[in-house]
Design a protein around this ligand. Sequence first.
Ligand code: C6P
Length: 406
Amino acid sequence: MKTIEDIRRDFPILGLQVNGKPLVYLDSAASSQKPMQVLNAYCGFCESRYANVHRGVHTLAENATADYEDARRLVAEFVKADPRGLVFTRGTTEAINLVAQSYGRKFIKHGQAILLTPMEHHANLVPWQLLAQYTGAELRFWPMTEDGRLDLDGGKKLLDSRVAMVAVTHMSNVLGTINPVREIAEMAHAVGAKVLIDGAQAAPHLPVDIGGIGADFYAFSGHKMCGPTGIGVLWGRPEILEDMDPFMTGGEMIREVWLDHATWAEVPHKFEAGTPPITEAVSLGAAVRYLQQITPEWIAAHDHALTELAWEKLTREPGVTGYGPTDNRGAIVTFNVDGIHPHDLAGLLDREGVAIRAGHHCAQPLMRWLGVQATARASFYLYNTPEEIDRLVDGIRIAKKVLHVV
Ligand code: C6P
């Protein structure tokens, strides 16, 4: 078993000095850092196995195809899902757009409803708004409790036979709320709705069992889980993917093409038009192998301990308001400091070598619900330590002094 020191040594970037101070990276919810194992997989694949996939019969083409399909199997295993339903996309955003367009335009009709929550990232809101405008379907919003959880009884009242799709985040990128997705899927299926879970924040941090959740669709991004940018996943039930029309068309995704029509390849290839992000997929395979070795259970426990500590230390500081549930939250603490704009705070913390995110976090409706324009957000991952939380708190105290905020 690796120690935290071993883990930190795997991430070369964590040795950087930023503005003359050792880097404290607390922005993994935006994008995580990458271990040597992933960087080596990326370079190693390009150095000795690279070619296009599913086309050539030469040795490199066969090696690359084998590695790409191995990555699909590894990633599916990581989230306990059938690899036939695992479509590589550019990320969560593309995955959700794929479902909204390919499933939504075909199966969601005027008179039906799409049930969302006010805590969705824009990636799980705007695609449904567009679909609602196109089809005339109604958008409904699951009510929330004051501390930023979903009000399950309130949601139940909105679930009737008109609801065709329930699309919910597994973990909020702002509040850190972990939603009871298995229960939500059961409630949705009871009225005949399909269920999409946005797993962008959950897949990197929690042991995810898509089969156990009972989701029809589950989306996540490689770059938040130690993988590269430009690769993500849509998992869909194979039988539903079979019934859907393609999202994009062109090479790779066809079976036969005539001048006036075409037929489609089997799923998941039907949804992977053009040359896919091959090196990125192989590197995502290396990333999940790395996370699997550390174990999602260890990562979840480590994240949980750090988040509890950060919540306690931050909310004890005078003038700091924390947002979201006080327990059972993901590796995110979102907060504001009285008298300091979050962007100023992030800038001053950067001078101390501490990287956090400030802004609306692509969740403007949630900012309105919180009654703020923006917040600061510290997020944690397997490589963070309790000492780094102290550096964050020290940085906040320095920022207060600089800005004469008492
Ligand atoms: N959230 C954050 O700083 P993409 O950009 O497609 O990889 O992921 C979009 C996305 C979807 N859902 C949730 C819950 C997310 O958190 C994100 C990305 C980043 O919070 C960038 S805005």
